[in-house]
Design a protein around this ligand. Sequence first.
Ligand code: BG6
Length: 495
Amino acid sequence: MSPSPGLPPALPGPVPPADFVVFGGTGDLAVRKLLPALYLRDRDGQLPAETRIVALSRAGLDVAGYRDKIRGELPRFVRADELDDAVLDRFVARLTHVSIDIEHEAGWSSLVETLDHPERVRVFYLAIAPSLFGPVSRRLADHGLVTESSRLVLEKPIGHDLASAREINDAVGAVFEENQIFRIDHYLGKESVQNLLVTRFANSFLEPLWNANCIDHVQITAAESLGVGTRGGYYDGSGALRDMIQNHLLQLLCLVAMEPPTYVGRETVRDEKLKVLQALKPITGTAVDSSVVAGQYRPGLVDGTAVASYQTDAERPGSTTETFVAIKAEVQNWRWTGVPFYLRTGKRMERRVSEIVIQFKDVPHPMFPGSEGTSEPNRLVIQLQPDEGMKLHLTAKEPGPGGIRLRPVSLDLNYAQTFQRHSPDAYERLLMDVVRGNPTLFMRRDEVEAAWTWVEPILERWSAPGHAPRPYPAGTGGPSAAINLLERDGRSWHE
Ligand code: BG6
């Protein structure tokens, strides 16, 4: 498949000059994701000459030390064919570093001196613990740093339950207007996720089928082959339900299930997503035991390599934190009643795959008596990673001179091949949207709180005695109970 002739290259326009102020400027997120994303936007000419990046940390580095550090680190996270010495020099010259103790006064006056262009867009990026979101916002206000064109970017998790999320939202909301607050869910910045909106709303053939009359069920999977790595400290207090389901998977569910907005705009999409979250059937009490499966990985083999258990990786012997969750969710509205949405996420699974599977109902009547071969229900598979694309599974006749032999085949769209270019990383798109002040792909306060409202009864049930996650060997598809979750409905996970 190839794009239509004359397709204009997707060249981004420059964004207004900005000061990116990164709290946690030497941390993993800044080094691995934010700075590489900004480097690539610089390479494509999207950052005006005045744009600066002010990294804040307690690392005690001077500006030259920070620049050297980033010059050394960037090649680890930017592909070799995207590195260019001239761009690297230009980019590194934008960097500055301020040593600051964000919880105390030390360093704040240096930050005030550094931010000497109040007319520029200021992006305060909080790549730090959520418990500090409120206090840092307060200090920014106390030092007179919050201007009208300032934006606050918050990384998930926004709290660990509804009450803490509200507390954080209140605290940051006391300083910033809601339209200045950008809550990142990086899944919304993935090309294939945005393409889901385009597939649904820029094509006419799907919409009449996109409902309970024609769709049997939906599966949303985000499986990782990696374990918790060095993030055990954070992860053990979080678990897969808070880390992946409350945000990424529910956001994907919203995009699949939402009604068409009048147009795709800054509030219209978020309004429709909120309605989906509010229509989710609550899973409470004993229903949690039948509709939700939690698992935790044990030692196993991933890609032929022996790996340790979660408890060893996280250095938390006896931990009951879940590294796998499967849920049967239901959206209670006219469009979706009776269509289960099966969600699944896990670490140390067999392989890394994130996808959305829309399974259509089977044909109402078998039309080929005496035919050989197999016919399977139609499936639309939207692949988010590792390879972005889309497959439509159909049944076709196998060529042959006599009789009819049915065979499942697929129409295949692979983005990299079709568009002959790499998809940008989610952060590239999202950071530029922040500067432009476009919140469409960010979570609004009411969405975050509605998601916590739905997740909370599950957390409550699990906190009761006797609720431990089920063990599964690393390198597998999770606990067998997750397979049963579908099998008892006469369905199976798409593999
Ligand atoms: C993050 C989670 O939000 O998403 C991580 O905190 C997870 O635990 C990651 O590994 C997955 O992101 P991606 O883009 O690799 O699917």
